[in-house]
Write a new protein. Sequence first.
Lengths: 293, 319, 256
Amino acid sequence: MNLADQVLQYLLSGLVVGGIYALIGLGFVIVYSVTRVINFAQGEFAMLGALVMVTLTDRGIPMPVGFLLAALAGCGIGALLEGAAIHPIRRGSALTLLIITIGASIVIRGAALLVWGTDPLPLPAFTGGPPLQIGGAIIVRQGLWVLAVALAIFAGLWAFFTRTYAGKAVQACAIHPTASRLMGIRVDRMFLLAFTLAGGLGAVAGIVIAPITYATYDMGLMLGLKGFVAAVVGGLVSPPGAIVGGFLLGILESLTAGLVSSGYKDAVAFLILILICLAQVARLLPWRVVEEA
Amino acid sequence: MARFGVRPDTRALLVLAAVLAAIPLVVRSGYLLGILNFVGLNAIAAMGLTLLMGYAGQVSLGQAAFFGLGAYTSGILTATYAVNPWAAMAAAALLTGIVAFAIGTPIFRLSGLLLAMSTLGFGIIVYYVQVNWAALTGGPSGLTAIPPLSLGGFRIDNDRRFFYLVWGCALLLLALALNLADSRIGRALRAIHGGELAARMAGVDATRLKLQIFVVSAAITALAGSLYAHYLTFINPSPFGFGYSIELLVMVVLGGVTSLWGAFLGAGTLTILTEALRAIMPRLTGRTQAEYEIILFGLLLIGFMMFLPKGLAGLARGE
Amino acid sequence: MASPPLLEVRGLAKGFGGVMAVNDVDFAVRDGQIKAMIGPNGAGKTTIFNLITGVFPPSRGSVAFRGRPIVGLGPHAIAALGIGRTFQAVHLFGEMTVLENVMLGRHARSRSGLLASALRTASMRREEREIREASLTILDAVGLRDKAGQVAASLPYGEQRLTEIARALALEPAMLLLDEPAAGLNREEKARLGDLIRRLRGRGITLLLVDHHMDLVMGISDEVLVLNYGEKIAEGPPGEIQRHQGVITAYLGDED
């Protein structure tokens, strides 16, 4: 495989994993823009989606039905998290809420450990068949599913935010909660909606990636952190930013793993995180990433 | 307000010192002493985080990195380069302090949330360097043959002797930290916590002070790491990852974020609960290999932040 | 020959977004003066305070204290030079006691560092005693000595204001900026505030205050500066200002 083919290969795998980061990043953006909370448990939604899907499929439930049910399970956990842990403390400081979501993520991870154990569990790809050849590189069919589902979700979300009342209400809340309240928008309900959506998004991300990476109780932490980095690239309040950030991160990771060293692959995301934070301090960024001290 | 003379804290310190001095004479079990040694190490590291969170008001999700930096610097200097362990420990604290200064200078101008996430990123990067820079650190299999500390010819190479060392250090650091809390610096820190703009207006150079506390916190945590390295005489990266950063956070929240005594309470409670869980859970679930205690950590974190924000120390004070 | 002013503001301007909150303001405060800034809400008075004390930089213009330019210095450095300030809404450290709040005010006038504090050296202990005594003396002067040990947040509003002033006094400022010190005070408390302000001037402190209570302002100030929409529209002794047509039009004043 010549260098051009190798790079193409890395780009393709980067796109696939980038789609996942974009989906998870969107979850962070939706929650943060409405609630100003960084939801540390975002990655765990993906983990739950994957594991629930595995269990449903093992029981013989057809995959499309399982997909829907697992996604709804993600929504359910998101709603549960909001109702039990966020809503009662919604007037707390941002740091208090961050720590609470850290706690929630750990609890969810531990519960998954109890239910499913430590072994990585396989999930069959959505469609069978050999990997596809694109130029000098190959992509597994599931990879195409990842991209297809991701694009479908992006389109669906765009339609939701721009065409439906609920979606516009969410946006209004994100921009100006007080004015939204005055307009009759129930901000409380928006909080719940944001977390529920994020739960579903996370679950979908986990479901589509599981056939490639297997499903384990601790897959959520890294996925969540990297999804967070994707969201930060766009300023934590921009859905298109999270999407771009996700794909960018996926590609950079993949190129690093292939061309530099696979051991440091996971460090790329955090390097980007620190660089973005430093760039904000040095006022090099044309947009603001979170409020500054 | 403390008066000059014997302060209530001083009395409590002396009582604690007396109790601790007696423990190795009474407790014979190496297993139990070992657990208490880990409580001591965790107490020192937790104190570092309490200074940062409770006094400077900044969350760090990357303290494990400083612990690991201390452990590896001490380990590498003594095992690979045969440097005197005490000198190596001082060098480890100094080096870690410098790293904290370098990383802190830019990121302390960020808001709390972004600062917390930057410390997280920093912690994970340090972890990956420890795993991947095998030539220096021994990679995932770690570093062995770290010599124990010794005073003159007296080798601190068993649980009993190490107990006196680690708890001596812990009490000394606690005393110093309590002094700091009850001083002009401590007031300035509490003021920053209470209203940073007003504190600045009153003459407090908040950015500089927060950075100084960050450096001190890192150095203290590194000290704990060095002691750890000389205790186990073997280290690998796995205890220095994100999980340990979270454990320290739980200890501090459990004990009471603004209380230095709370760091001890939290470290003790968590370490002992973890050991207990590790002993019981395999019997309940039939599986041995996993970290079930994490559910407990998560529940404690949520529960305390929601219902007991002043932690166990707050309970003890009757709040 | 008049001595140079203690505080000199030239061409000061500050824009937020497209709005000029402060636009080309010039004024000076002489040593020993009591000067007041008045104007309708949103006239830019608190913004000027923020600019002088270094909360944010001006878009244009200069501020000089004792002849020395101070734009660009951080708030703590400006405080150390001798400019103290109180806030419109009381910014006390609520969980600290009254005494601790005032002792914090002496931060810039004390020096013990981290090491000396951790080791509790003799010089650090001596300094702590001095800080404590100086703070108690100030609390005496404002009449709050008996509340020294109380948690600041538990005090009635008027006394919280006094505590904030006491904290600013602990800095040993040459100049004190008071932002609406009379807000929320009853008649008696206002009268005592007026007395306190006069006593402070008697001790050599220069005062620049912002307030809406015309009886206090006109009764106590040597000079009044009037702002409207970020611009200076009048400056002079209280009598003149009260008769100034522009002022009357812009700002109907409130009696209480």
